[in-house]
Design a protein around this ligand. Sequence first.
Ligand SMILES: [Zn+2]
Ligand SMILES: [Zn+2]
Length: 154
Amino acid sequence: MNDWKLPWNAACMCGRVKMRISAPPLVAMACHCTGCQKLTGGAYSLTLMLPASGFEVLDGETSLGGLHREQSHHHFCTHCKNWLYTDGFAGGQFVNFRPTMLDDARWVTPYIESYVSEKLPGVVTGATHSFDQFPGPEDYPRLMEAFAREGARP
Ligand SMILES: [Zn+2]
Ligand SMILES: [Zn+2]
């Protein structure tokens, strides 16, 4: 159950930005908030929350986009403008990586979904736990523990 088949390679749509993930994700999430709808151009965002030490940009350049907030930096490929990952929150200890950039994302299943209150009708993510907004800080330890045990993996 602890074999995550790491490391994983990932790239943006045009292939200029190459990334590597070398630590297991702490949780897999789908977010239905209207901000994520606009950022992705889709119905929801998909996230693997990674320890920052387990994420690396190997090649290519990113630039910041989205709302340019001080505490969450949305990184995009400078050429194809894919939204790749978000960092700079929670003191910089985590990176929220977009798993659709993985060379093989076919195993990715969100474990929790947030902002169901803003979900588009008809959208189903397959998440195990649903929250009207974000889970509270007190919810994360048990969610991460359960995800480590039973979350989908490659
Ligand atoms: Zn969101
Ligand atoms: Zn690109």
